[in-house]
Design a protein around this ligand. Structure first.
Ligand code: CP
Ligand code: NVA
Length: 305
């Protein structure tokens, strides 16, 4: 049987997302659900970039499902001395029952997956962050917001999280507005996937350069850092993004009950003020917690067949 990979949200159907959201709800209520599912299984975690949430939520989740996680630092592997990703995939497939990988190029994850006989989960690349968005969909579902008519606005730098949000929301037939400077609009590849998916789902993508117009009457405003891991820090970029900060003034243009989301880590005072992040509209801690429950649901989906 072909291994079930999770490289982008394109890999799973709308029905599977619905199933995962319901399963995550049950898992959140009962930490011990499927507690022996991964017994005797070792899952590697190959990380080329920093992580707090992804690493810890997967490690805790694997542990709660009875499995064993092995953290692999690529700097100490032969990968850093020139062994290819394809050869590494062939070898790791013989020791492990799965691999979670966080790296720079999305192609690396694809190359690993196409040479591996074990399931591969994308824990973030420069292009996509599907585990984050899967759990964000779960947060929206819990809040009762995951339904037609939702006004969802992403504000700031169009990055890996933006691309996964575009794919995830459009798969479910939901609209998304992106408010960003003209130089930092969503990546072409994600827009192409959106175009294809929206033909059947009917979802709309609205890209606006005016942040006030973008958040007008929004039910959800989502932001992320202005400089992602692996991105170049530039003064020009910071200057272009200044007016896209989520602050009290910007929030006043949204719906009164607007929820503010951020995948974290946040740079308080840059893309979001502390006042908003710690304020009544913020759901960022619920989002962070949900990484654990949604990823456990994903593991149950991958390993129970
Ligand atoms: N949101 C997220 O993926 O956080 P980490 O970088 O801490 O894993
Ligand atoms: N866009 C951010 C997300 C971090 C979780 C980054 O790639 O650094």
């Amino acid at each position: 049987m072909k291994a079930r990979h999770f490289l982008t949200l394109k890999d799973i159907s709308q029905e599977t997302i619905d199933y995962l959201l319901k399963l995550a709800t049950r898992i959140k209520k009962n930490k011990f659900l499927c507690k022996d599912l991964l017994q005797g299984k070792s899952i590697g975690m190959l990380f080329d970039k920093h992580s707090t949430r992804t690493r810890l939520s997967f490690e805790a989740g694997i542990n709660q499902l009875g499995g064993n996680s092995i953290y692999l630092d690529s700097k100490n592997m032969q990968l850093s001395r020139g062994e290819t990703i394809e050869d590494t995939a062939r070898v790791l497939s013989r020791y492990l029952e799965g691999l979670i990988i966080r790296t720079f190029s999305h192609q690396t994850v694809k190359d690993f997956a196409s040479n591996s006989s074990i399931p591969v989960i994308n824990g973030l690349t420069d292009s996509y962050h599907p585990c984050q968005v899967l759990s964000d969909l779960f947060t929206l579902f819990e809040l009762g917001l995951l339904k037609k008519g939702l006004k969802f606005t992403y504000i700031g730098d169009s990055n890996n999280v933006t691309s996964s949000l575009i794919i995830g929301l459009s798969k479910l037939g939901l609209d998304i507005t992106v408010g960003c400077p003209a130089e930092y609009e969503p990546k072409e590849e994600a827009v192409k996937i959106f175009d294809k998916q929206s033909r059947s789902s009917g979802s709309r993508l609205n890209i606006l350069n005016d942040p006030y117009q973008a958040v007008k009457e929004a039910d959800v405003i989502y932001t992320d850092v202005w400089v992602s891991m692996g991105d170049k820090d530039s003064r020009k970029k910071f200057e272009a993004l200044q007016m896209y900060q989520i602050n009290k003034k910007l929030l006043s243009y949204a719906s009164g009950s607007v929820k503010v989301m951020h995948c974290l880590p946040a740079h308080r005072g840059q893309e979001i003020t502390s006042e908003v992040m710690d304020g009544a509209n913020s759901v960022v801690w619920q989002q962070a917690e949900n990484r654990l429950h949604a990823q456990k649901a994903l593991l149950v989906y991958i390993y129970s067949r």
